[in-house]
Design a protein around this ligand. Structure first.
Ligand code: ACO
Length: 543
């Protein structure tokens, strides 16, 4: 199976239409990652040269529908396939158009085609063909394999009413979105923009508070990564146009500042936004934008609690419980038992996650309880706390009153730092002793439940970090309800810890406890089962 491949289709467009699902299915059996699609009907009766591969092809409404079908089918037939339909040579005017060669980023190691003529050229002179392909597309692997599609293109085509009229294109096209985890819906949207644009495409990419209204916004990719993917997509499929990414913080973005825009491309979901944009432009005395609406792509694998369309929020939900980033190399800690640190903001559901993990067989070390132990009467930490905070933090039995101590330290960051410097080393020592105890009993996985594990720098104590989180507003609500604190006090406690985003950035696995227990349980189950694959002895992995 190739990671990336190039599919050159030479059939007349009318032949292709009903066969797209079959073609995509066949291609997905040979390519697992990116599939670049080049529609080149002109190649049928011409030699394979740089010119014939880039021969201009008319952008008709039929072509537009066909391209949409590729994305729709791709998402149905193989939702993991990254389809990119190449458009540099598709144009509204054959006589004046100068296509630009592609510069595709992924190394292509399989060439798929419906063309027997191309197969003949391959058999006759593979080296020259690879040279030509390299010039037109770049990144063709020297070891590229050729595969003639099995799809029967000679079968009778069910005639459907297709419009052959030439597509109207525009000098300046604009589109907007979050473009998080660039998916088939985004690709269709951007592909459509590229098809309609013949000079400059402005892509507004949301950032800041606007993103915070979205489900699991904490998992939205950083702006720079989203911009990079959008730019890569556009420059790959249509290298001849100017591509301008712009950060946007509202529903208007550049449509409010750029009078020269001509066309806006929106999805069925955002078409109301286009209406608002035109109303605003009218007020500003700017020209009205032509509005092009594209359909949403159905998500064939969505579950009951996910949207029925392909969506970034479903993708983010599916990330919960999975390994988000590679594991750190920890040669300093013994391989067994495998150590997981479960950290998480106040009232984020750590204990619930840990009790689920316990049911699976993990040994839980509750660092909060170790904290109680660390400063019982008579310990070094006990005396150090009295020295720093005075006798007023003691109860009638001369034990440290945690509630009183809490009200002092959560109102003064420097005092919290002092407390931490006293108790963290003591808790850490006790935690190591418990791990050793579990090692002797043959435990395979120990879980260090520690709210501020990352803040304490204990990441180096564990093989991987899992984080639990809920949105800030939900954490406040829970703390007010659970701990009987005021909203302000709850906020102070939350602010004494790193933010969800900072914690997630440093964690390998993330669990969100915002919904019913069952939803959290499923995330933990997924995380546990993926963990088993990771920690299987190497020999078992090979089986
Ligand atoms: C590295 C670790 O995570 S060890 C485990 C956490 N313990 C510590 O850091 C030791 C210092 N903390 C303490 O001694 C106590 O938490 C006190 C005295 C500050 C407060 O005690 P209590 O009023 O009984 O509150 P409690 O211990 O239940 O903590 C309340 C919340 O404060 C947060 N919290 C605890 N310690 C800290 C800290 N050092 N910094 C920031 N937040 C903290 C926790 O998130 C906890 O909520 P959670 O149980 O939902 O996660």
């Amino acid at each position: 199976m190739a990671r990336s491949g190039l599919l050159i289709l030479t059939q007349p467009l009318s032949h292709l239409k009903s066969l797209i699902p079959q073609v995509v299915k066949e291609a997905s059996e040979s390519v697992s990652g990116t599939l670049y699609i080049c529609l080149q009907p002109a190649l049928q009766d011409r030699h394979v040269t740089q010119d014939s591969l880039l021969q201009p092809v008319l952008s008709t409404q039929e072509m537009q529908m066909l391209i949409r079908d590729f994305y729709m089918s791709g998402s149905k037939v193989c939702h993991t396939l990254d389809i990119r339909v190449l458009l540099s040579h598709i144009c509204p005017n054959l006589s004046t158009f100068q296509p630009v060669a592609y510069s595709l980023k992924k190394k292509m190691s399989v060439l798929l085609s419906d063309s027997v003529a191309l197969q003949d050229v391959w058999n006759d002179d593979k080296i020259s063909l690879v040279d030509v392909l390299q010039t037109v597309f770049k990144n063709i692997s020297p070891d590229i394999q050729f595969q003639l599609l099995n799809t029967n293109f000679s079968q009778k085509v069910t005639s459907s009413q297709t419009s052959l009229s030439v597509l109207r294109t525009f000098p300046n096209v604009v589109v907007g979105g979050t473009f998080d985890y660039l998916h088939a819906g985004h690709k269709l949207l951007l592909n459509e923009c590229c098809l309609l644009c013949d000079q400059k495409l402005t892509v507004g990419i949301t950032d800041g508070d606007r993103n915070k209204k979205k489900v699991l916004w904490e998992l939205i990719e950083p702006y720079a990564d989203r911009e990079k993917e959008v730019v890569r997509f556009v420059t790959e499929v249509k290298p001849g146009i100017i591509m301008e990414p712009v950060k946007i913080f509202d529903a208007f973005g550049p449509t409010k500042t750029d009078p020269n825009l001509d066309c806006i491309v929106v999805s069925q979901e955002t078409k109301e936004g286009a209406k608002m944009v035109n109303e605003e432009r009218l007020k500003l005395g700017f020209s009205q934008l032509e509005v092009v609406v594209i359909d949403l792509i159905d998500d064939v694998c969505h579950t009951d609690d996910e949207e029925s369309k392909v969506s970034s929020s479903s993708i983010r939900k599916r990330l919960l419980g999975t390994l988000l980033r590679p594991l750190p190399y920890r040669p300093n800690i013994p391989k067994t038992p495998y150590r997981i640190g479960v950290s998480g903001g106040i009232a984020s559901g750590k204990s619930n996650v840990c009790s689920e993990l316990e049911k699976f067989g993990a040994k839980i070390i509750n660092c909060d309880l170790l904290g109680h132990k660390a400063y019982v009467k008579g310990t070094d930490a006990y005396h150090a706390i009295i020295k720093e905070f005075g006798h007023s933090v003691l109860d009638d039995n001369k034990e440290i009153n945690r509630r009183l101590l809490g009200s002092v330290v959560f109102n003064d960051k420097s005092k919290l730092t002092t407390l931490n410097s006293i108790v963290w080393p003591a808790i850490q020592q006790l935690a190591e002793e418990e791990i050793e105890f579990h090692r002797k009993t043959g435990a395979t996985v120990v879980v260090l439940e520690a709210a501020v594990l990352i803040e304490a720098g204990w990441d180096s104590m564990v093989h991987e970090i899992w984080a639990t989180f809920v949105p800030r507003e939900e954490a406040i609500r829970r703390v007010v309800e659970r701990n009987g604190l005021s909203e302000t006090e709850a906020e102070k406690r939350i602010d004494s810890q790193i933010s969800n985003v900072e914690r997630i950035e440093k964690s390998n696995v993330v669990i969100c406890s915002l919904w019913e227990y069952e939803v959290t349980r499923r995330q933990v189950q997924k995380a546990w089962s993926l963990l088993q694959d990771r920690i299987k002895p190497a020999t078992q992995n090979k089986l």
